[in-house]
Design a protein around this ligand. Sequence first.
Ligand SMILES: [Cu+2]
Length: 294
Amino acid sequence: MRFLSRTLATVAAMALAAGATALLPDAALAGTGMPSDWQMNLQGPATEVSEYIHWFHNWLNVIIFIISIFVLGLLVYVAWRFNEKANPVPSKTTHHALLEVAWTVIPVLILVVIAIPSFRLLKLQLEIPQADLTVKVTGKQWYWSYEYPQDGGAFGFDSLMLDEKQRAEAISSNKIAAAEAPRLLAVDNEAVVPVGKIVRIQVTGADVIHKFTVPSFGIKIDAIPGRLNETWFKADREGIYYGQCSFICGQNHSYMPIAFRVVSAEKYAAWLADSKKKFANADDATNKVAAAGQ
Ligand SMILES: [Cu+2]
């Protein structure tokens, strides 16, 4: 019995440790908007949905830790207490009504405490609130096109990854800060959205299936040719947020990053005015496909 109480105490201590890890600030474990060196956790959250995903992930971790340690404790106890030497005459017990009810009901309760927040998260992701603006995203081999159909803008542009030479040039000419232009993620044209506004994202594919993923926004949605998928986000903080195509879509699948720059309302208005001019020319090679999609 003393061994059992000691095992239970250890289980409780480990569960507390797991809980404490869940409480650690995300910044200590991972960067926001892009991966960081020695990253251990999900990328930091920048929306309500991704905050919920973080909470849910940590909650599941606590449950998984408790179950694993409990099962390990039971195995160790059985091997120690009921081996041939310690227990030469085995008991003939075959049934124990209370125990059997318990090991049916307790797992059901565990599934319930997982299912309830899981359904709430799904509802939060799938029910798109009244949007302030819409951005249409098209996955192509191998880059993304963005269209801003609203705001009287009706412009679109392609967003291609900067190769190492272009990235070095962009940094040296102060077009983008080095800390905001990670290798294999920095792009020529970032999609810009205002902070604190509900952005509806419409996603489709032009050639094969791609997948539009921005970890810090808590978004991952298929880009399928002939189908328009919808999702949403409301970024709480300004900054640059990167994502990547998450469906193997061909040779350059790993070189089609997604870049969203979240800015103040004033900066967004200025960018919008600029972009209307910059991307207005349908003859512009980078704009052809987007214009055709209007
Ligand atoms: Cu792709």
